[in-house]
Design a protein around this ligand. Structure first.
Ligand SMILES: [Mg+2]
Length: 130
């Protein structure tokens, strides 16, 4: 899947076989699937997103950018929390039988309609405030 957002090309190399198999094996080996209902996985996504935010707490925008670029331990911590968010997101997609690549493409198309270029260019305002 290849889409363009705000002039950046986003490539989603969605290998459903890998995404479907890898988390399942890890979960099967540990008997964790019993905990993976949609509500708990949505909670886990939020908690992991908060752990990502915690890394940035009290730092300036410039400090966060610099740390990601030049501090390997900080970059690795960001990478790990981001991976947690994506893993739980993929687990939720699996248990809810949602095709992630298709969902992203549909959401981007929806956002393009909600945020017409002539109204939204150069502003971060929400669609209902445009
Ligand atoms: Mg974490």
């Amino acid at each position: 899947v290849c889409v363009r957002i705000a002039s950046h090309e986003i490539r989603l190399q969605y290998d459903s076989a890998i995404f479907a198999r890898t988390p399942h094996q890890v979960q099967d080996d540990r008997d964790w699937k019993q905990f993976h209902d949609p509500k708990s996985l949505a909670e886990a996504i939020s908690i992991e997103a908060s752990e990502l935010l915690e890394l940035f707490l009290w730092k300036s925008v410039a400090d966060v950018k610099a740390a990601i670029e030049s501090e390997p331990r900080f970059r690795r911590a960001v990478e790990e929390e981001l991976a947690d968010v994506f893993c739980f997101g993929l687990n939720l997609a699996n248990v809810a039988n949602i095709d992630v690549a298709s969902a992203i493409v549909k959401k981007i198309e929806s956002n393009k309609k909600k945020y017409p270029i002539e109204k939204s260019k150069g502003t971060a305002a929400k669609y209902d405030k445009l």
